[in-house]
Write a protein that binds this ligand. Structure first.
Ligand SMILES: *Cc1c(COP(=O)(O)O)cnc(C)c1O
Length: 228
């Protein structure tokens, strides 16, 4: 097995190569290491290799890890569905929240963001494949939500996040990511000109996501191996 340092190095190289092939600007794609259900020791090891951005999708797990790893300058991304009874602690420790899909949650995050911290960066999750079981705002409801969210003072809307329906056909994967990019372009045309983030692409579809404009790829398994 490769060690973690070599694995991170290889993924960074894959990101750089995909960026180049698809004429993306150098360093325009950030690697988010998704550490959910992996131990703190794995995060420490990745941190020692230079990785700074980590993603978690269970609130309680992220809070415990953030507490235990206070000595590290980690950029914490909460990428899971967020219940309203967990917004307060998440607003206090996260740098980013990726999966906001309701105004109520956005309002709570803004109200509860401690005033000594910079605004919390957020992405709106879009239910891009329009699956009934999935969270995320539906595409036709996105503009109205985004227009309310940008008014909130202590959060800053950075862009969109999506988890497309599982799909092995690369062409279809690409079409779905392209839809997310179009939605973002539409919001920009509607006046939300500061949006600059597309959080899309995981271990299995990172290359396609980069081709279609991802700026944050959320990679778990390819870095840390299978989750128990
Ligand atoms: C677990 C998870 C990932 C990482 O998925 P991998 O397939 O392990 O790379 C990315 N995004 C979200 C929202 C996740 O929950």
């Amino acid at each position: 097995m490769q060690n973690l340092s070599e694995t991170l190095q290889k993924i960074s190289t894959d990101i750089a190569n995909a960026s180049k092939i698809h004429q993306r600007k150098a360093n325009s794609v950030q690697l988010l290491a998704v550490s959910k259900r992996h131990p703190e020791s794995a995060i420490r090891e990745a941190y020692a290799c230079g990785q700074r951005a980590f993603g978690e999708n269970y609130a309680q797990e992220m809070l415990e890890k953030a507490e235990a790893l206070q000595d590290l300058a980690i950029e914490w991304h909460f990428i899971g569905p967020l219940q309203s009874n967990k917004t307060r602690p998440i607003a206090a420790i996260a740098d980013w929240v990726h999966a906001v899909d309701r105004l109520k949650i956005a309002r709570r995050l803004s109200d509860q963001r401690p005033s000594h911290l910079k605004p919390l960066f957020i992405c709106l999750q879009v239910n891009i494949s329009e699956e009934e079981s999935k969270s995320g705002v539906l595409p036709h409801e996105l503009l109205a939500l985004a227009q309310e969210v940008v008014k909130l003072p202590n959060i800053k809307l950075r862009g969109l996040m999506a988890i497309p329906k599982a799909e092995t056909d690369v062409e279809l994967q690409g079409e779905t990511f392209a839809k997310v990019r179009c939605l973002q372009e539409n919001l920009i045309q509607e006046g939300l000109v500061e949006l600059d983030t597309l959080s899309m692409g995981m271990s299995g579809d990172m290359q396609v996501a980069i081709a279609e404009g991802a700026t944050i790829v959320r990679i778990g398994t390819a870095i840390f191996g299978m989750r128990s």
